[in-house]
Design a protein around this ligand. Structure first.
Ligand code: C2O
Ligand code: CU
Length: 486
């Protein structure tokens, strides 16, 4: 772990005001839990005999860095079966290092990240570094390469070239393996940004993919098939936050927190609301300026960053109903988590983010590649340009091409478009340029929508381009974009 990482979230949290030392060390000394340590506050209560607060929100426990070199982060990850405790239920699944979310990997731009990975599952797997734009051989895909078999090991090793909130997950049987609990967060920090504490908030819905059948999301929230509520139904998916249902984040008044929000669900959307949202980042790090949207929609795979300037008031973070079958809908908001303030104080002042202030690139109007997304939720037949992965036409771009891709959604559901190996700038959504220059790697395309994006093809390889509704991807909605070698 580099020096910055040792800040952790600890000094913000009430229970650490009691002088218990590093939260990472505290967590590491106790047996692994599959909730990522989010509820693991044993011994941290002010009163020694008090029952531990099992619904206290904490960032997922960080991975131990095995390399003393400040520019190298070396971590061991093991994927293995695990039992998840979600609410009252015990759910069989998988985890990295016995915790879900898996260990947070924290590094800075320019660091070498090395992961010694071991597959202790009884099925093959890989790890994909979503958003981090790694060299092709490290991308964790199984296009013309084999996955990592049960009992086998693999070393992932690559340089981190840019800052942002990324995540890692299998890219083999993804819909089942991610849903069973295989995912974790990769934070790449930029030392030029203010080093304030962050809170990592990972949203998931259990039992929505082809994962465990005895799932918490059943009953009120889901139909019998474990899928999204049917269109028009008032039911909403049951969200968990770092493995907890409706947890409390207890934070100190007068502090500023960088909140990193991730939607790792395989098919459910978030439409997040809280009073006076101050959004500072999206998939690929800082926005060019502060945004103050009324809501933040996170499609599966999406991330956003916000700042909380805490004073003397708590608040709830809620999500409005939003379904891939019809976008935003009328209906009650559901509470995702609550923020409680301790040691009320004057509200923190906003950190001085090095916003670039740059305007969006104008769309020059030419198009290099068109992807038409089609499919049918009743047959679960999903295609890009009429083809189903892996039987696809490989589109090619020259190295360093400045290319425009147009994604057209001709289907009756929404699809978050995700590209490997490259970030892209959004040029327009349904013909309208964005208000702000944004770099993304996952971007939702609404029903019958049309999104134009621009990328600099500077990373040679065969890159997956797909829908991040993992059931759609596993049923064919994935293609390959080849960036040629020099
Ligand atoms: Cu997050 Cu190709 O995936
Ligand atoms: Cu899709």
């Amino acid at each position: 772990m580099n020096a910055r990482a040792s800040f952790g979230l600890g000094n913000l949290l009430l229970f650490l005001a009691c002088g218990c030392g590093s939260d990472e060390n505290q967590a590491a000394a106790r047996p692994a839990r599959t909730d990522g340590g989010a509820a693991d506050d044993g011994g941290l209560d002010a009163a020694p005999d008090a029952a531990p607060d099992l619904n206290l929100l904490r960032s997922p426990r960080e991975a131990e860095d095995l390399d003393p070199d400040p520019n190298v982060v070396h971590v061991r990850l093991v994927a293995a079966p695990a039992t998840h405790t979600i609410g009252e239920q015990q759910i069989p699944g998988f985890a990295y290092n016995g915790q879900t979310p898996g260990p947070t990997l924290r590094a800075k731009v320019g660091d070498l990240l090395r992961i010694d990975f071991e597959n202790q599952l009884d099925e093959a797997t890989t790890i994909h570094w979503h958003g981090a734009n790694v060299p092709y051989a490290m991308d964790g895909v199984t296009w013309q390469t084999n996955p990592i078999e049960p009992g086998a090991t693999f070393t992932y090793s690559f340089k981190l070239t840019h800052a942002g909130t990324f995540w890692y997950h299998p890219h083999f049987n993804s819909n089942g393996q991610v849903d069973r609990g295989l995912y974790g967060v990769l934070v790449v920090e930029d030392p030029a940004e203010p080093a304030i504490d962050d809170l990592i908030v990972v949203f998931d819905v259990w039992g929505e993919g082809d994962g465990p059948s005895g799932h918490v999301a059943a009953g009120a929230a889901m139909d019998a098939g474990g899928h999204e509520p049917t269109p028009g139904s008032a039911a909403q998916p049951q969200w968990t936050v770092n493995g907890l249902i409706g947890p409390r984040a207890v934070l100190r008044g007068g502090s500023a927190v960088r909140v990193r929000l991730l939607n790792v669900s395989t098919r459910s959307y978030l439409d997040l609301r809280w009073p006076r949202i101050r959004q500072i980042g999206s998939d690929q790090g800082l926005l060019p300026a502060l945004a103050e949207p009324a809501a933040i929609v996170l499609a599966p795979g999406d991330r956003a960053e916000a700042e909380w300037l805490l004073g003397d008031q708590g608040f709830d973070v809620e999500t409005a109903p939003y379904s891939l079958n019809g976008g935003a809908a009328q209906g009650p908001l559901a509470k995702a988590l609550s923020v409680e303030v301790t040691e009320a104080a004057a509200a923190a002042t906003a950190p001085d983010w090095p916003f670039s202030g740059r305007a969006p690139t104008p769309d020059r109007g030419t198009t290099d590649i068109v992807y038409v997304f089609t499919g049918d939720p009743y047959t679960n037949d999903w295609r890009i340009n009429g083809e189903q992965f892996p039987n696809v036409t490989v589109e090619e771009l020259k190295l360093n091409a400045d290319a425009v891709i147009e994604v057209r959604n001709s289907s009756p559901t929404e699809h978050p478009f995700h590209l490997h190996g490259h970030a892209f700038e959004v040029l327009s959504v349904d013909g309208v340029a964005p208000q702000m220059r944004t770099f993304e790697d996952t971007f939702n395309v609404g029903i019958r929508g049309r999104v134009r994006v621009r990328l600099l093809a500077d990373n040679p390889g065969d890159w997956m381009a797909h829908c991040h509704i993992l059931d759609h991807a596993d049923h064919g909605m994935m293609t390959v974009l080849r960036v040629l070698s020099p």
